[in-house]
Unconditional design. Structure first.
Length: 66
C-alpha cells in the first residue's frame, strides 16, 4: 500500500463528503498500520505521523454513517 496516496485519498473523500468511501479508506489505513506498514508523511516525524494517521483513521472509521 502507498500510505501517502491513501492519506491524500482520505483527505479528498472527507472534503467531498464521500463518507462511506472515507470510512473504507480509513479502515484500510488502520489495517496497514497495524501490520507495521509505514505511515504517510504528514509532519516528517514517523512517530508523530503514525499518531496523527492512526487517530484520524480511527475517528473516520468510527463515524456513524446515515
Amino acid at each position: 500500500m502507498d500510505s501517502n496516496a491513501a492519506w491524500l485519498l482520505l483527505k479528498d473523500e472527507i472534503e467531498k463528503a464521500e463518507w462511506q468511501e472515507a470510512a473504507e479508506t480509513a479502515e484500510n489505513l488502520l489495517e496497514w498500520l497495524s501490520k507495521k506498514g509505514f505511515p504517510p508523511k504528514v509532519t516528517g516525524s514517523k512517530v508523530v505521523d503514525r499518531i496523527i494517521c492512526e487517530s484520524t483513521a480511527r475517528a473516520v472509521a468510527a463515524w456513524e454513517l446515515v
